[in-house]
Design a protein around this ligand. Structure first.
Ligand SMILES: Cc1ncc(COP(=O)(O)O)c(C=O)c1O
Length: 359
């Protein structure tokens, strides 16, 4: 006997991280491989960001600013909201976990469309909540069905838009319609981890078009994807000060480290933003090019608004993933559902297209 974990923890599977490119190369005796599995940026950090991190390392002996005050100030200024309407966390996934801690107790209900981000069922299980899942309709969210699934026991509704792994979005109109219909004691998380890659004009900025109308809505964003800082783990939330305050209360002390705070501040400088935007434009253009190429090769592809593509190949998912990995390309399989492929650099994408070949 080595301790007695809670039954719910005992029943959780051990976390299995995706393979690194180096591991995949070693497993298949290849000289190298590429990873298109985790929706990261393929580009390394900007020189200005690297310099800020190196400088920040001089203070490794000191705890960082607990509240990340400079970061909150910079984000609130950029987003045009008060500082009490912003919080920062250990990735947006950390903020999601804090939202569960703040709002969800045993027996409460959490509503989310499924398939979506893998952590939703895990966090629901840990909270001993009832996960109420709403099936996708044509790979996208069915918000009318989400509305119908909400009961008086519902504490949270979680909507990832763009959705991971399908890359589909909810329009601002539909989100407002859902929020109009729901009681304002249900917190609705609008998870916009991939916002910067969205070109669909039905999606407007929730900070101006949703949050002022609905104080129970909260927007989660991240510096992991478009800003290329996945390794540093910084996300932020925007919402009414009551919701932000509750999420803040359950934060671990000093949870955003000083190097991460320095990197984000450097990334929010005008010149850095411009360079990062060029990278985002490259991803958007590549997304179109790779989608068309895959369709021409006979593969099914869901139109994506994110930095990845969803190939709903169903039963072929496992074999396709295995074949690509053997050819030096690590993707993300979802057994019997599909394969998710991150948009990389043009060279990486060419290599993926050559290896996947015609269906
Ligand atoms: C939909 C969605 N939300 C949130 C996240 C979490 O990102 P992070 O914790 O790195 O901010 C991810 C990461 O893959 C995601 O796909």
């Amino acid at each position: 006997m080595s301790g007695r974990p809670r039954a719910v923890v005992d029943s959780l599977p051990q976390y299995k991280p995706g393979k690194s490119a180096a591991q995949a190369a070693a497993d298949h005796q290849l000289s190298e491989a590429i990873k298109l599995a985790s929706n990261e940026s393929s580009h390394g950090p900007l020189p200005s960001v690297l310099a800020a991190v190196a400088d920040g390392a001089n203070l490794l002996n000191r705890y960082p600013d607990h509240r990340g005050q400079a970061l909150r100030a910079a984000i609130s200024e950029k987003q045009g909201v008060g500082q009490d309407q912003v919080t920062v966390g250990c990735g947006s996934v950390g903020l999601l976990q804090q939202a569960f801690t703040a709002y969800v107790g045993a027996g409460d209900e959490v509503v989310y469309p499924w398939r979506s981000f893998e952590v939703h069922p895990v966090f629901s299980a840990i909270a001993e909540a009832r996960a109420v899942t709403v099936p996708l309709k044509d790979q996208a969210f069915d918000l009318e069905a989400v509305e119908a699934a909400v009961t008086e026991r519902t504490k949270l509704v979680i909507l990832s838009t763009p959705n991971n792994p399908t890359g589909t979005v909810c329009s601002t109109h539909d989100l407002n319609k859902l929020l109009d219909a729901l009681s304002d004691d249900v917190v609705v998380i609008i998870d916009e981890a991939y916002l910067e890659f969205v070109t669909d004009e039905s999606v407007r900025n929730p900070v101006t078009d949703i949050l002022p109308r609905h104080h129970n809505a909260v927007v989660f964003r991240t510096f992991s994807k478009a800003y290329g800082l996945a390794n540093l783990r910084v996300g932020y939330a925007l919402g009414h000060s009551d919701v932000i305050g509750s999420i803040d209360k359950v934060a671990l002390p000093f949870l955003v480290n000083g190097l991460a705070q320095a990197a984000v501040l450097a990334s929010l400088e005008v010149a850095a933003e411009k360079e990062l935007e060029e990278r985002v434009v490259e991803v958007i253009n590549e997304r179109t090019r790779v989608t068309e190429a895959l369709l021409n090769l006979g593969w099914p592809v869901t139109p994506s608004q994110a930095n990845f593509l969803w190939l709903p190949v169903e039963k072929e998912a496992g074999p396709l993933f295995q074949r690509l990995e053997g050819q030096g390309i690590v993707t993300r399989p979802f057994e019997d559902e599909g394969v998710r492929v991150t948009i990389g650099t043009p060279e990486e994408n060419n290599r993926f297209l050559e290896q996947i070949g015609p269906r």
